[in-house]
Design a binder for this molecule. Structure first.
Ligand code: PXP
Length: 255
């Protein structure tokens, strides 16, 4: 795919951590649904929210309200459990992103082991597809996981960019380049198999542009940095700046 053929890159804003702040005090403020409506006016292309088993941030009713009250496609992030399957098919979001979940983790730590759990994941994906929900599997940038996602029938993969983020925060340029190269290669491979390719986790103003320039990517999902940056510049301005950086990377303006 040449530079001139790059498709537009959507920004999905993950509003989980607006709910984290709300839940720190209980009550209703700040309302993640209000945040979602605000980012819609600032140029976001979608909303992502993760309903975790322990409900540490987003709650069931937030998901219902995000679907009913916000005029953007909703990406329902969840673990592959019977409880989440039921809630997801009640809410009927535009898309569902299946992630691994570990009760003690601070955030999603690794990609889903689709290759190792294929017999369990494939029917789960099929049922959601049949219900009319577009399924995405959150995977590490590894060929065997992408192949397994294809054979499980998922139309979309989201590539986990967390190792790239960690490399950028703590290690050498060679390590950052090596982690970036894994993402680039995985995106090209997934695209060649006919998958729609998304990426996310740990993306910031400082590390987003090389990822945004990968031509095979169709969507980035970004949350924690935007909600954190909202303290300093406001959520709408943070979303606008992220979109500007993504678009500049797409047209080569940052190189
Ligand atoms: N995509 C997926 C599948 C995630 O699990 C997360 C974190 O909830 C994100 C994107 C957003 O990551 P971050 O909050 O680090 O931007």
């Amino acid at each position: 795919m040449s530079n001139g053929e790059k498709k537009p890159l959507r920004l999905g804003v993950n509003i989980d951590h607006v709910a984290t702040i709300r839940n720190a005090r209980g009550g209703d403020h700040p309302d993640p649904v209000r945040a979602a409506a605000l980012v819609a006016t600032a140029g976001a292309d979608g909303i992502t929210a993760h309903l975790r088993e322990d409900r540490r941030h987003i709650r069931d009713d937030d998901m219902r309200r995000l679907k009913e009250e916000v005029d953007l496609p909703l990406n329902f992030e969840m673990a592959a459990t019977a409880e989440m399957h039921k809630l997801c098919t009640e809410v009927m979001p535009h898309a569902c992103c299946i992630v691994p979940e570990n009760r003690n983790e601070r955030t999603t730590e690794g990609g889903l082991d689709v290759a190792g759990q294929h017999n369990f994941i494939a029917p789960f994906v099929r049922e959601l597809n049949d219900a009319g929900i577009r399924v995405s599997l959150f995977v590490d940038p590894e060929k065997r996981q992408i192949e397994a996602a294809t054979s499980a029938g998922a139309p979309v993969v989201e590539i986990h960019t967390g190792a790239y983020y960690e490399a950028a925060a703590a290690t050498t340029p060679e390590r950052i380049e090596a982690e970036f190269e894994k993402i680039r290669t995985a995106a090209a491979f997934a695209h060649s198999l006919g998958l729609e390719v998304h990426a996310g986790h740990g993306l910031t103003f400082h590390n987003v542009q090389p990822v945004a320039a990968i031509p095979e990517l169709a969507e980035l999902n970004i949350g924690h940095f935007l909600v954190g940056e909202a303290v300093f510049m406001g959520l709408a301005e943070a979303v606008k700046e992220m979109k500007r950086l993504m678009q500049d990377a797409r047209t080569g303006a940052h190189y």
